[in-house]
Design a protein around this ligand. Structure first.
Ligand SMILES: [Zn+2]
Length: 581
């Protein structure tokens, strides 16, 4: 490819619209351009990266026994209504209406469509297992699209679906997919961690996410892992136990409940203010937060030193919509300002408490009266608990729930893949069944599996870059080599560069030549910015010593060699780079 004939609109400055480094670099280096919020054009270099990732995904999927199909993007609403997701997915579902006023969905995932596809066609256990996948554009009506391709409204995904007759066979299908995923990401140059995750609106029994670990802002997922065993989970799933949990302190018997008292705490609303004022540690305070869950008010109680995880709370309540109640509703319910809510005497509201609360004795809560708190509150004596659940966010340093010995540590990750054990959720709701060995009609046991193609590309940039630009892993680089004649007006430089270019093209090497009549500085900067793994410079050194320079992107190494050797040397370097992944 000649640079002069390729659409690579690099910019001199970082774009103002981008927040994280990978997003900034992809725009600055001329890979993507925004059409509208969360919707992007993929320019030639980007399209090349996406095709490379797609090829890797396709190869590994086919190897694992999955069959490629292509399903429609446009879905009738009825299918989503049948599965229940017309309601449960909520506003993220991209909906539209046709000219006959029929509701339609622009697919963000295809469980309904694929289940409907095999329903009535695959009738016998002898035809199972079945594993179907597609690579396609997906839609999600994100509330706040951001981070470029990471959280877009339109994106490219591989989605696969498995159908099995029984759990045993399903577990094999699931493991095959997990193995394929590790291979896919490794071939893309990305080590991934597989973590337990929340099933969300997808439903089903269990789920996992594949995370690329990064130490930048783009790692929007916090993941927890144990420093002693293999436990790992994302923030919405991770549980923990508190090593300093106050279980006893002599308050284990009912007789030791102290007398509850109301104390004046003028203007003390926050945990810090109350803690200081009453001279109590934050773990002896209990926060009462008022939520609205599917329209009904809910009081959620958590220890003062912990935070509520709203995904856990939503799952525990089994609701579709969850939001903090507005201050007017809180005032009406508690008869007090926000900040003085408490569980004692609170009526007409469901009381859900974190699993730590029943173990707490003689604690402090709001008194449902302005400027007052209650001390020596005991849940068993003073208020009625409707539900106990793990609704807190785990914290680094807390105990591992699996081995009970290790401590939890955290990393930042970018989710590039996910796998869901769906069970019979979709086959049952859509009536997709087969006849099993025993002659009985049973619903399929299903799994669904995603790889974000566009997201994987950006995750690689977030992981591999420096202050000058992108540093692509060779397996997904748009091209491998950039030949850079420093001064294209110099006939010798031009001839040598084009000679190397021609020979490399004849050898089917992936090569770009920067044949633009630009200043040397611009060409070197752009070369670093677009991030091809190898740069071949033809400049002063050639004129003086008949040597060209081979420079690895991201490394401070430069090799010099005569132009006759450059082809073999480049091949060797690229082979070596490929072997790393
Ligand atoms: Zn552990």
């Amino acid at each position: 490819m000649k640079w002069s004939e390729t659409y690579i609109p690099t910019l001199r400055e970082f774009p103002a619209e981008a927040e994280i480094i990978s997003h900034k670099l992809l725009i600055k280096a001329g890979y993507i351009r925004k059409l509208t919020s969360g919707v992007y054009n993929y320019l030639p270099l980007m399209q090349s990266v996406l095709l490379k990732i797609t090829n890797i995904v396709r190869e590994e999927m086919n190897k694992s026994g999955a069959q490629e199909i292509l399903m429609p993007v446009l879905h009738p609403a009825e299918l989503w209504q049948k599965s229940g997701r017309w309601e449960t997915v909520g506003k993220e579902l991209m909906r539209m209406r046709d000219r006959h006023q029929r509701d339609l969905v622009l697919g963000g995932t295809h469980e309904e469509v694929v289940t409907n596809l095999i329903k009535g066609e695959i009738r016998s256990y002898r035809q199972l297992p079945v594993n179907l996948y597609q690579i396609q554009t997906k839609f999600r009506d994100e509330i706040r699209p951001r981070f470029g391709l990471m959280r877009g409204r339109e994106f490219l995904m591989k989605d696969a679906y498995t159908f099995d007759a029984n759990e045993k066979s399903f577990n094999i299908s699931y493991q095959k997919m997990v193995d394929a995923y590790f291979k896919i990401f490794k071939r893309c140059g990305l080590e991934t961690k597989m973590v337990e995750s929340d099933t969300g609106a997808m439903g089903g029994k269990a789920a996992h996410e594949f995370m690329v670990i990064v130490d930048t802002e783009g790692g929007e997922n916090i993941i927890f892992y144990c420093d002693r065993c293999d436990y790992s989970a994302n923030i919405d799933k991770a549980s923990s136990f508190d090593l300093k949990e106050i279980k006893s302190e002599g308050f284990t018997e009912k007789e030791t409940f102290k007398k509850m008292e109301k104390v004046h705490t003028p203007d003390k609303k926050t945990i810090e203010e109350v803690t200081l004022f009453l001279n109590q540690p934050p773990e002896k305070l209990v926060k009462t937060l008022i939520y609205r869950a599917d329209g009904n008010l809910v009081a959620a109680l958590i220890r003062g030193d912990k935070e509520i995880n709203e995904v856990k709370l939503k799952n525990a309540l089994g609701c579709i919509q969850l939001e903090m109640a507005d201050s007017e509703s809180i005032k009406k319910l508690t008869k007090a300002e926000v900040g003085f809510s408490g569980p004692v005497g609170l009526k007409g509201v469901k009381m859900i408490v974190d699993e730590q609360i029943p173990n707490l004795f003689n604690f402090v809560t709001g008194a449902n009266q302005n400027d007052y708190h209650l001390v020596n509150v005991n849940s068993e004596r003073d208020f009625k608990i409707d539900q106990v659940a793990d609704i807190k966010t785990a914290k680094e340093g807390e105990g591992c729930p699996k081995c009970k010995k290790g401590r939890l540590k955290t990393d930042r990750g970018i989710e590039v893949g996910n796998t869901f054990m769906l069970g019979t959720k979709y086959s049952q709701s859509l009536g997709a069944t087969f006849i099993d060995k025993d002659g009985k009609e049973k619903p399929f046991i299903m799994g669904s599996y995603g790889v974000g193609i566009t997201r994987t590309a950006q995750a690689a940039v977030e992981k591999y870059h420096d202050e000058k630009g992108i540093i692509w892993p060779v397996s997904i680089a748009p091209l491998h080599i950039n030949i850079l004649p420093v001064n294209i007006q110099d006939q010798t430089q031009k001839n040598v560069a084009f000679d190397i270019y021609q020979r490399m093209k004849e050898n089917k090497m992936e090569v770009l030549i920067d044949d633009r009549d630009e200043r040397a500085g611009v060409k070197f900067n752009d070369s670093d910015l677009i991030g091809l793994p190898l740069r071949i410079t033809v400049g002063e050194k050639y004129l003086k010593k008949k040597k060209v320079e081979l420079t690895l992107r991201g490394k401070n190494e430069t090799l010099f060699c005569p132009k006759e050797e450059v082809l073999e040397k480049s091949k060797k370097i690229l082979e070596k780079l490929k072997a790393v992944f």
